[in-house]
Design a protein around this ligand. Structure first.
Ligand SMILES: C[S@@+](CC[C@H](N)C(=O)[O-])C[C@H]1O[C@@H](n2cnc3c(N)ncnc32)[C@H](O)[C@@H]1O
Length: 307
């Protein structure tokens, strides 16, 4: 996870300059052209300091009107009228004044090929976490895979979708997150075995691979987190003691005697890869590979059980 918030749909913001500002566009109960409403929203969201105001405004307005972003920008006759006026006002208020992430406002987030339902029960899946899925895709046919700290179920569900031959489990300490993961699985028609557990304690079954994006933000980094994260995402999904390794350390200690597990892949914070690599080696997973995210940060550490 980066310390910055996730943007609207994980896409770079368009570089067009605003046509003109229309501050009253999200204010009244009358119909506005979608373009004017959009400009008013961009102004409000930018003034609140959110990093991708135009992208956010487009995603929110497209969601409220039930149209694609492409139509929003191409259909000059599109209007914001009736209940959509209030709905868009509310969405812009949440994004600007409350700095609520777009994914929680629209209630969905794209991850790999899936559209996941999202709310405050779970962390918003980040693009860099797709690296864990890429590790899973390389596993042998029929491998038993655990997505530990599953949150919304993102990693387990993406693998269930892309590699139906795998035997997938997802676990979390949060019953609320697990409920969301189950809802996502049902809606998407994907089969994953969900379990409530504190790391590996009380977890049933054997696994060939454990993939995990655990909480790894150091307590001291709290002040650097964007308001979107700090105010809205679940704290139990974020923080892990003074150095950010408070969960990874006991997890690897629990994995050390597990002869069933031959592959471990952990997402880590910026600057943590070397320390986590050492802990993996000490736990009996010496063959290390480190995968970098799109920003070049060492993001996922992969260990294989030594012969
Ligand atoms: C960083 S989030 C990752 C969520 C999801 N895998 C993703 O990448 O979007 C970490 C998750 O770990 C869970 N968690 C925190 N402590 C845990 C523990 N001791 N055992 C199991 N899960 C834990 C949190 O509830 C949260 O859902």
């Amino acid at each position: 996870m980066t310390l910055a918030p996730v943007s609207g749909q994980g896409e770079p913001p368009p570089s067009r300059a605003p046509r003109r500002s229309a501050p009253a566009a999200v204010g009244g109960a009358w119909a506005n052209s979608a373009r004017d409403a959009l400009e008013g929203a961009v102004t409000a969201i930018a003034a609140a300091g959110a990093p991708t105001p135009r992208l956010d405004a487009e995603v929110l307005l497209a969601h409220v009107l039930g149209v694609s972003r492409a139509r929003l920008l191409s259909d000059r006759d599109l209007a914001v009228a009736g209940p959509a006026v209030r709905a868009f006002q509310d969405a812009v208020r949440r994004r600007s004044l409350e700095r609520e992430p777009v994914a929680y406002i629209v209630g969905t987030r794209g991850f790999r090929d899936l559209e996941l339902a999202l709310d405050r029960r779970a962390l918003i899946p980040r693009p860099e976490t797709e690296l864990l899925v890429e590790v899973g895709l390389l596993l042998p046919r029929g491998a038993r895979v655990l997505d530990l700290c599953t949150g919304s179920g993102a990693v387990a569900l993406a693998l269930a979708h892309e590699r139906p031959d795998l035997e997938l489990s997802g676990s979390d300490i949060s019953n609320a997150a697990l409920a969301l993961a189950r809802e996502n699985a049902e809606r998407l028609g994907l089969r994953v075995r969900w379990q409530h557990a504190d790391l590996l304690t009380g977890l049933a079954g054997e696994f060939d691979a454990v993939l995990s994006n655990p909480p790894y933000v150091a307590e001291g980094e709290r002040e650097q987190l964007a308001p979107e994260i700090l105010r809205h995402e679940p704290p139990e999904a974020l923080f892990a003691g003074p150095d950010g390794l408070a969960l990874i350390r006991p997890l690897l200690a629990q994995l050390a005697p597990r002869s069933d597990v031959s592959t471990v892949a952990l997402e880590v914070g910026s600057g943590q890869a070397a320390a986590v690599g050492e802990l993996m080696r000490a736990a009996g997973f010496p063959a290390l590979e480190v995968r970098r995210d799109l920003a070049g940060i060492e993001r996922v550490v992969v260990g294989e059980r030594g012969g």
